[in-house]
Structure formats: structure tokens, C-alpha cells
Design a protein around this ligand. Structure first.
Ligand SMILES: NC(=O)c1ccc[n+]([C@@H]2O[C@H](COP(=O)([O-])OP(=O)(O)OC[C@H]3O[C@@H](n4cnc5c(N)ncnc54)[C@H](OP(=O)(O)O)[C@@H]3O)[C@@H](O)[C@H]2O)c1
Length: 257
């Protein structure tokens, strides 16, 4: 199993870490699995007499998928299930990092002005997001309906990440004692993106993909660094970025002027 192999590699690198590493299985689409994972983590925290430090919602699928239900189930509803289960374990100032994607802001930029406002609405609730997802799933496969809603061309992955960014805003408002943000890892060579290179007959590097370790900059900053606030979306350079349009890494930080 990949989790066990990762633990073995880390423990080999630094033997002192061995008793601090645990594999906990989780399928974010299965509420029972999420509860079992939460119980396992809760037990570990109690045994070690230390609270849970943070949550990283990294699971994601379907970059090029047109299976609306499957993509939303992991990328958006999965984040909600994990947050519902694990946030009660966090102490004051605990961290939540939702690994989203630049596909979210790009998706929003292609929506109507009214939908663009929706995806950045600081008064939105989870029920508003759920209503949109129910509506879209009810009409999955009907591109005309998707367009008529003002959501541009059907793009399950982009929609799922735009919803994660909005959910991050909702969560931060509901949990003011926590530090909750979203980010993109950047364009990184992984199992998710490698098929794109194969499909285009190019190497991952030729398409601009970076090595996996480059994809942790923003996540580590939001987990361990000092982000300026909560409920924000960050680019792969760990700089705050807008939720309604793409900001290239290295360009001025959103809200800086
Ligand atoms: N790579 C990029 O360029 C890029 C760009 C923007 C955003 N992202 C986002 O970054 C995150 C990580 O993606 P990645 O590129 O590292 O892709 P990846 O290599 O395919 O990793 C995806 C991870 O999600 C896990 N996962 C999938 N379905 C799950 C489920 N139902 N329950 C629990 N875990 C599940 C997978 O677990 P298993 O290994 O057990 O299947 C895997 O560890 C995703 O949220 C993705 O959308 C990636």
C-alpha cells in the first residue's frame, strides 16, 4: 500500500519520526469511512494527549472527467464530509487547508456576472452550494441547462473547485477561531495530470508540469506559516489570489494594492 511505503520511506530518512506516523484509511465519498477515520484520529490524539493540529483536504479526481456526480462527490462533498467530521477535533487556531485548483477561479471567470458574485458571496451558506449542486446533478449531461444557469460550458472539475473555494469562505465565517484557507498546488506532475501529457504526446515537463515537491509550497504555508486571514484562496506561490479569475504565480498578490 502506498501509505505504508510512504511511512517506511519517512521513517528510514528520520528514525525519530517512526512512532509519529500512522496510516489511516479514508474514502471521502463514504460517510462511514469518514467517521471511522475520524474515530481513529481521535483515539490517536487522546493516546498522545495532544489535539489535532490541522486538516488538509487533498483528495481530488477528474481533471478531464465529464462524470459530474463522481467528481463533485470527491472534490466538493468529500471536503464537506471531512470538515464536518474532523473540525470538532481542532483546537482554537487550528488549521484547515482545502487543496483546490486554479480551475476554480478560471471556471468562475467564465460564468455570468451574477454567478461570479455567487461564487464569492461572503454571506453564502452550505445550503446555497448544495442547492446549486443538486440542480446541476439533476440536469447532468444537459449542456444547455448548465449554460442557462450562467455556468459556461459544463466542467465538473472547475465547478467542483469553485465550490470548494466558496465553501472555504463559508467555513471561515462559521469558524472564526480557526484558520481556514484554500490553495492550488500549481501544475504538478502526478497521477492526475500525467494522462494529459500522454494524450498530447508530450512529456510532463514540456507541458509545464513541475515536480511533486513543488506542489506543496502553498499547502505548507497555509498549514504552518502565517497567512494574513481566513477564508481566502492562494496561488501555488503561496500568495493570496482572487476567486473569480486566474492570477499567475509571481504576479502581484491579490488585495496588495
Ligand atoms: N496535479 C496538479 O497539477 C493539480 C493542479 C491543481 C489542483 N490539484 C489538486 O491537488 C490535489 C491532489 O491531486 P494530485 O495532483 O496529487 O492527484 P493524484 O496524484 O491523483 O492524487 C489524488 C489523491 O486523491 C486521493 N483520492 C481520490 N479519491 C479519493 C477518495 N474517494 N477518498 C480519499 N482519497 C481519495 C487519491 O488516493 P489514492 O492514491 O488512494 O487513490 C490520491 O492520494 C487534488 O485535490 C487535485 O484536484 C492538482
Amino acid at each position: 500500500m502506498r501509505g505504508d511505503a510512504a511511512i517506511e520511506a519517512l521513517a528510514k530518512e528520520s528514525p525519530g519520526w517512526a512512532d509519529r506516523l500512522h496510516r489511516v484509511n479514508i474514502d471521502v465519498t463514504d460517510p462511514l469511512s469518514v467517521t471511522a477515520a475520524k474515530d481513529a484520529v481521535s483515539t490517536l490524539c487522546r493516546a498522545r494527549r495532544c489535539p489535532l493540529y490541522g486538516i488538509v483536504n487533498n483528495a481530488g479526481v477528474g481533471l478531464a472527467s465529464d462524470d459530474m456526480e463522481a467528481v463533485l462527490d470527491v472534490n466538493t462533498l468529500g471536503v464537506k464530509r471531512v470538515c464536518d467530521a474532523f473540525i470538532p477535533l481542532l483546537p482554537d487556531s487550528g488549521r484547515v487547508v482545502n487543496v483546490s485548483s486554479a480551475s476554480g477561479p478560471v471556471f468562475v471567470s467564465q460564468c455570468t456576472p451574477q454567478q461570479q458574485l455567487f461564487f464569492q458571496d461572503s454571506c453564502a451558506t452550505w445550503n446555497d452550494i448544495q442547492r446549486l449542486l443538486d440542480d446541476v446533478q439533476l440536469h447532468a449531461g444537459d449542456a444547455g441547462y448548465f449554460r442557462a444557469l450562467g455556468l459556461g460550458e459544463p466542467n465538473p472539475y472547475g465547478l467542483s473547485k469553485a465550490c470548494v473555494n466558496l465553501y472555504t469562505l463559508v467555513l471561515a465565517r462559521e469558524h472564526p477561531r480557526l484558520c481556514i484557507n484554500a490553495c492550488t498546488p500549481g501544475y504538478i506532475e502526478t497521477d492526475l495530470t500525467r494522462p494529459q501529457a500522454a494524450q498530447r504526446g508530450a512529456t510532463p515537463a514540456e507541458l509545464g508540469m513541475k515536480a511533486p515537491q513543488c506542489g506543496t509550497v502553498a499547502t505548507l504555508f497555509l498549514l504552518m506559516g502565517a497567512p494574513s486571514g481566513s477564508g481566502h484562496y492562494y496561488g501555488s506561490d503561496a500568495k493570496r489570489s482572487p476567486m473569480d479569475r486566474y492570477r499567475a504565480p509571481g504576479s502581484p498578490e491579490f488585495g496588495s494594492s
